[in-house]
Design a protein around this ligand. Structure first.
Ligand SMILES: [Ca+2]
Ligand SMILES: [Ca+2]
Length: 381
């Protein structure tokens, strides 16, 4: 991984920053290993066996993420006790994150399933976002409180991995009433995912194994086929290039008794994401993306990135300048305006990136000192 030259920048930062803000030089990225499954359907002993093997015997896990349908009732009836019975045999030292499926109402009873929204890991590397069954349709609505909350999270945590636990697949809900929400949410995630690291973990279609009905879906028809996608299952749907990882979490039961339970192990670090599937015994990887504005390649957007663009602009040729993500107002140019936009983003004067229609500075800086002064002025309007 590229490392920035810290000494000159630290001097710059101390020069311009004073006591304005706290500062860290890089994300304290560690690695993480997470067990994923869905559709447990009361197969609690199979789940416990799989989790114990993967998270105790073979290696450690940082979390177990289960994406809905915990009992096998005929309808929407899983109780808090069902969830407790499922969790109880699992290794006690590993946190379990749940999202509710169409069989689960524990959340409504104040049980173990968190409400729709952020479940923080406490790590700088990743978080979870739970979408419960009853909230799925809201993600098709631009103005729903749930979607606005997700939007805000993604705006302020652009470099983290975000695992969205959503029982319903986006390509086929098998429920006409949910189709428009699925399409809208798909489009939203594909837009947001261009410069972010989003993983959507889904289930629901366990009885179909690897989603055989994927070609019957209501993804927007204008999307071209593109085989060069970062999807991590053998999905064959023709769609636009996916900008997020679309993870079939696996299932503990299947229509065919001959089919063994399936689960996924996701490993992440500061360079890439790997998904391993128990049924295929294969792994696929995708590179971690730098967020827009992350000009020094540390997956964090902060004042250092603004300073690096300023250095570049006045001709100091900073090492390791990542110009792929430097045009944060998307005007086709990389110049001092981008530096000022990032500085304003850093102090919350700009909500999210990209940001458009930014004011041009009153002067065109020729030296790094002049550029620094513009940055200070931009942060203190
Ligand atoms: Ca950065
Ligand atoms: Ca620009």
């Amino acid at each position: 991984m590229k490392k920035m030259a810290t000494a000159p920048l630290s001097i710059l930062v101390s020069t311009i920053a004073g006591t304005l803000f706290a500062f860290s030089t890089a994300a304290s990225a560690d690695d993480a290993r997470i067990f994923f499954a869905s559709d447990i359907h009361s197969h609690t002993s199979e789940l416990a066996t799989a989790v114990t093997e993967e998270c105790v015997t073979n290696d450690d896990c940082d979390a177990v993420a289960l994406v809905g349908d915990f009992n096998f009732g005929a309808s929407y009836d899983a109780s808090e006790q069902d969830v407790t019975n499922m969790i109880e045999p699992l290794p006690k030292h590993i946190p379990v994150i749940l999202s509710g499926g169409n069989h689960d109402v524990s959340v409504a009873k104040g049980g173990d399933i968190p409400v729709t929204g952020l479940v923080s890991s406490g790590s700088s590397l990743y978080d979870f976002w739970v979408i419960n069954d009853e909230d799925f349709n809201l993600f098709g609505n631009d103005t729903s409180a749930q979607r606005e909350a997700l939007d805000e999270y993604l705006s302020r945590n652009p470099g983290k991995y975000l695992f969205i636990l959503c029982h319903y697949p986006l390509h086929s809900t098998r429920d006409a009433g949910r189709t428009s929400a699925a399409v809208n949410f798909f489009n939203y995630l594909n837009d947001k995912g261009e410069h972010r690291n989003i993983v959507v973990a889904w289930g629901h279609n366990h009885h179909l194994g690897y989603d055989n009905d994927v070609n019957n879906v209501a993804l927007p028809s204008e999307y071209p086929c593109d085989a060069s996608v970062n999807r991590l299952n053998n999905i064959t749907v023709c769609s636009q290039t996916l900008n997020f990882t679309y993870l079939n979490a696996g299932y503990m039961t299947h229509d065919s008794a001959a089919v063994a339970p399936a689960y996924s192990i996701v490993t992440i670090d500061d360079a890439e994401l790997e998904v391993w599937r128990s049924d295929t015994q294969t792994a696929k990887t995708t590179l971690r993306k730098n967020p827009l504005g992350d000009t020094n390649h540390d997956y964090v957007v902060n004042i250092v990135d603004a300073l690096i663009i300023a250095q570049e602009y006045v001709g100091l040729n900073p090492p390791l300048f990542n110009d792929d993500v430097a045009d944060v107002n998307e005007d086709g140019l990389i110049n001092i305006v981008d530096s000022l936009v990032i500085a304003q983003y850093y102090v919350n004067l700009v909500e999210s990136l990209p940001a458009y229609n930014q004011q041009q500075p009153t002067t065109d800086p020729q030296t790094i000192e002049e550029a620094q002064q513009l940055i200070i002025d931009a942060m203190n309007p």
